[in-house]
Structure formats: structure tokens, C-alpha cells
Write a protein of this length. Structure first.
Length: 231
């Protein structure tokens, strides 16, 4: 069986990239070591933060994201994945610059929620990504309503995410999520979309009242499916 080489535009953040790689390994059906997938990872933390690029608080990450995509394409990747939800605001620019497919973490997550039959989800994501409406529009098209955090809760969560990304300290984002998650459930969320790939890392051992849709795990499964799919 011919298997496609997986290309990963990584580094936003490094921990999420590392977790994605481990999940791809764990979810690949093999009978021996040699059957594991060929994975090319460009782990480049110097790519400007996509979430801040969207809001204008940071540099435009488009050139760096496109450069990473081109590098992976030249290296032999058959398709690309990006373990950063906010980077998908720049997805069309990336796709326009290369000839190989890019699997969308947003499309895959919305499809996973629809398969589970959830009619309402709480969306945990960067402020920048929420402003694009990418998830909200995709969920609306799938018939799923979205419950969003209040302004104060959103600000606290984003500050915690940035602290974790820059220092590795998980305390602030855990505290914000301890307040936010029950609030979203109380407002009708039947599931929680961890729409920032730092969140599955931080909440790895957490117990939530409703199902959590881990976007790293969803992307890993999609990468394995795409790699072993017969054209």
C-alpha cells in the first residue's frame, strides 16, 4: 500500500505540534514499525502568532506560513496539516501557494461534532479566530448552534493561553477554563470544542461535564485517514 507523506506546519505552539505527532503515531494502524507514516514536521516557533495577526496586535504570519508550506511540499509531503486553529484564517493563502492539499482542522472538527449528534457546542478559541467567524459559519451550515464565552471570560482565557504559549505556565488558563466551561454548559452547550490547540494540552487530564472535541486528536485522525486513503 502506498502511503502519503504527512507534512506538518508546526511551532504554533511546539507542545501542540509534539502532541499531534504522538497522536498520529498512536492512531496509525500498523503491525510493525515500518508501517508507520512518514511525517515531515517544520516546527517553527518564529512564525508570528496567527491569533494576534488577525486582530492586528501582531505581525502578519502569512509569509512564514506560506514559506513553511512550500518547504514541506519541496521535501516531499503529499498533503499538509496545521495544528493551530487560528492559522486557518490564512488557509486560502497557503492553499494558493502550493499544489498539494491542506486538511482543515475546522472542517474536520465540525464534521466530528455533527457525527456525534451535538446540536449545540461551546466554542473555546482565540479572540482572533472568533472574530473571523470561521467556526461559527461552518457550524451554522451544519445545523449546530454555537455558545460563545462572555467578554470577560474570553479575555481571561486568551490571556491564559498566551501565558502558556510563552512561558509554559498552565495555571492561568486552567483557572479561566474552570469558570468558563461550566458557564457554557449551563447556557446549553452539549459539547465543548477545544478550538485552540493549546487547550487539549492543558486539559489533558481534566474531567468535563460534557464531551470535549479535541481538535488535535481530530486532526491526527484526519491526517492518518488522508495518508492511507487510496486515491
Amino acid at each position: 500500500m502506498t502511503r502519503k507523506t504527512v507534512g506538518v506546519i508546526g511551532g504554533k505552539g511546539p507542545e501542540a505540534t509534539e502532541v499531534l505527532f504522538r497522536r498520529i503515531i498512536a492512531q496509525t494502524p500498523v503491525t510493525c514499525e515500518e508501517e508507520h507514516l512518514h511525517v515531515l514536521i517544520d516546527n517553527n516557533p518564529q512564525i508570528p502568532k496567527p491569533a494576534l495577526g488577525i486582530t492586528g496586535e501582531g505581525a502578519d504570519p502569512t509569509p512564514a506560513l506560506v514559506a513553511s508550506a512550500k518547504l514541506l511540499e519541496r521535501a516531499g509531503a503529499g498533503f499538509l496539516v496545521i495544528p493551530c486553529n487560528s492559522a486557518h484564517a490564512y488557509l486560502e493563502a497557503i492553499r494558493a501557494a502550493i499544489a498539494i492539499p491542506v486538511v482543515s482542522i475546522i472542517s474536520e472538527t465540525v464534521a466530528a461534532v455533527a457525527r456525534e449528534g451535538c446540536t449545540s457546542v461551546g466554542l473555546l478559541a482565540s479572540t482572533g479566530l472568533l472574530r473571523t467567524g470561521l467556526y461559527q459559519k461552518a457550524f451554522e451550515a451544519a445545523g449546530v448552534s454555537v455558545v460563545l464565552p462572555g467578554e470577560d471570560d474570553q479575555s481571561a482565557m486568551l490571556a491564559g493561553i498566551m501565558t502558556f504559549k510563552d512561558t509554559g505556565g498552565a495555571g492561568p488558563v486552567r483557572e479561566a477554563l474552570d469558570r468558563l466551561c461550566p458557564s457554557l454548559v449551563a447556557r446549553g452547550a452539549e459539547g465543548l470544542v477545544l478550538g485552540c490547540t493549546e487547550l487539549p494540552v492543558v486539559l489533558d487530564d481534566a474531567t468535563l461535564a460534557v464531551p470535549a472535541f479535541d481538535t488535535i486528536d481530530i486532526l491526527a485522525r484526519a491526517a492518518v485517514r488522508e495518508a492511507i486513503r487510496e486515491d
